[in-house]
Design a protein around this ligand. Sequence first.
Ligand code: SF4
Length: 225
Amino acid sequence: MDNAVAWSYSALKTFQSCPKKYYHLKVVKDTKESPTQIMLYGIAAHKAAELYIKESIPLSSQYAYMQEQLDRLKALEGEKLCELKFGLTAAMEPCGFFDKGVWLRGAIDLLVINHDKGTARMIDYKFGKSKNADSSQLQLMSLVVFKLYPHVKSVKAGLLFCQEDKLVPTKYDADAAPTMWMDWLPEVQRLEAAFKHDVWNANPSGLCRGWCPVTSCEHYEPRRS
Ligand code: SF4
């Protein structure tokens, strides 16, 4: 098969956590992951933030705690792009999210580009706890920004834990992009190899105990009440 397997940050994370789970969810698609209440809340809150930044649509009372955070973001200087869906080809050229040749696809919650200065701010809204914050998604999204907007040379990014009003900041420079890609490409090659050889090994972990949707797996155990 063609080596250019389409991937996203979340799909790669699923593969890394358990190739067998990835196989059922993404390859044969015989299993669906039902969204939890927390996930549904996050989706609705992302939409509320998008509409507030983009169209100044007032936040409903359940999201009112975000108002000051979003006002600070609204005040940033630059072009504001909300829920920016992107695609890159295997040659790392920009393409449409649904294009046939798409290799990497994803979405950026908020990108604010200062075109004159060649800088950008990037925010990923989070609705969980910041204790185990993982900024790796921001690194990947910054690499994409450097491809989509080659005049942008640095990205100040942050995970914004809205309910804690806490920003976990980080910064990426375009000069370091070749090195940063090496954090991703070997993992993508592992995914491509799994497709090529059609080998999807189970990686048992605590997730097997009631947290994995692949209930047909020999490692699955129902959650203990
Ligand atoms: S039950 Fe465990 S080993 Fe089986 S697919 Fe799910 S995560 Fe992987």
